[in-house]
Design a protein around this ligand. Structure first.
Ligand SMILES: [Fe+2]
Ligand SMILES: [Fe+2]
Length: 293
């Protein structure tokens, strides 16, 4: 019998395998995924932090899957106590992932028949921050809200507090990439590099009928969770970058974008693109089976 699809892909994100409680749920999810027939497997970031061998242990749980296994990093893979996150992303992680028999999708797009799949960690440049909150940029650059900066005594941020709207001085939030990710360049510079890379890869797939972009962070503002408390709205600055979405929309053959990172499931349409967030998190794990036609 003829099947109605070209390729079935098993996709998950945010397994967070180095977190003990998350690992138990991840193991259950992986068992379920292993019993689901599919041709391709795809992990879209935050599989595990890079320290130790949690990443390898997680990847090895998928051993025995017969088809191609595609890997995209998330921000948590770039967490490090002492090293250089940029080198981790550029050299160490690709090597470790490939040694386990996985494809580092960010460098090597996958093409099968009429579909192409490209990957990117994606990142943030604060373009998703709510301007209406009036929080000066220096707080986003240090990944700490005004209230929290005052509490931990970041004098250089808090001096000149006069430019911070009064209610925002009571916002206490911290994005932990600020402590554990060391890119050696600004977030914005990193996004520009990712954008150039994505553009090159999409240009290379011009002749391919349909393209799926697997990106850990969000490329579209439309994919953000709805407005919430000021604490939560502050961290939206770290969920994605609008310019990556603009690059995607320039390529009409991109039909689908799949993300993780927010830990909240979502599905919608942005222009001609079906936008999906897997919505796997620490307490609830999810995966999707996507049939590419
Ligand atoms: Fe995550
Ligand atoms: Fe993430």
């Amino acid at each position: 019998m003829l099947r109605s699809y070209w390729m079935r892909i098993l996709i998950t994100a945010d397994l967070h395998y180095n977190n003990p409680r998350s690992r138990r749920l991840a193991d259950e999810l992986i068992d379920e995924m292993r019993s689901t027939p599919a041709e391709v497997l795809l992990l879209i970031g935050d599989t595990a932090a890079s320290a130790g061998d949690d990443l390898e242990r997680c990847l090895s749980r998928f051993e025995g899957f017969a088809g191609p296994k595609l890997f995209v990093a998330g921000n948590h893979e770039l967490w490090t106590r002492g090293e250089d996150s940029y080198r981790l992303w550029k050299e160490e992680l690709p090597r470790r992932v490939k040694e386990r028999g996985w494809r580092w999708l960010e460098e090597e797009p996958f093409v099968a028949g009429r579909w192409g799949i490209v990957g990117s960690v994606g990142w943030y440049d604060y373009s998703f921050a709510y301007e209406s909150m009036g929080i000066p940029r220096r707080f986003y650059e240090r990944k700490i809200s005004p209230g929290a900066a005052a509490v931990v005594g970041m004098a250089d941020l808090v001096e000149g507090f006069d430019d911070v709207p009064e209610p925002m001085k009571q916002v206490y939030a911290r994005w932990n990439d600020g402590k554990f990710v060391k890119l050696g360049r600004s977030d914005e510079q990193f996004v520009v590099e990712l954008e150039e890379k994505l553009e090159r890869q999409l240009a290379g797939l011009k002749g391919v009928g349909s393209v799926l972009v697997a990106m850990h962070h969000l490329p579209f503002r439309e994919m953000l969770p709805p407005p919430h408390t000021a604490q939560w709205d502050f961290v939206k600055a770290f969920l994605g970058a609008a310019r990556l979405g603009e690059t995607i929309l320039k390529h009409e053959n991109v039909k689908m974008v799949i993300c993780g990172h927010t830990h909240l499931p979502m599905e919608g349409q942005v222009g001609g693109v079906r936008a999906i967030n897997i919505g796997s998190g620490y307490r609830v794990k999810r995966y999707r089976v996507i049939e590419l036609g």
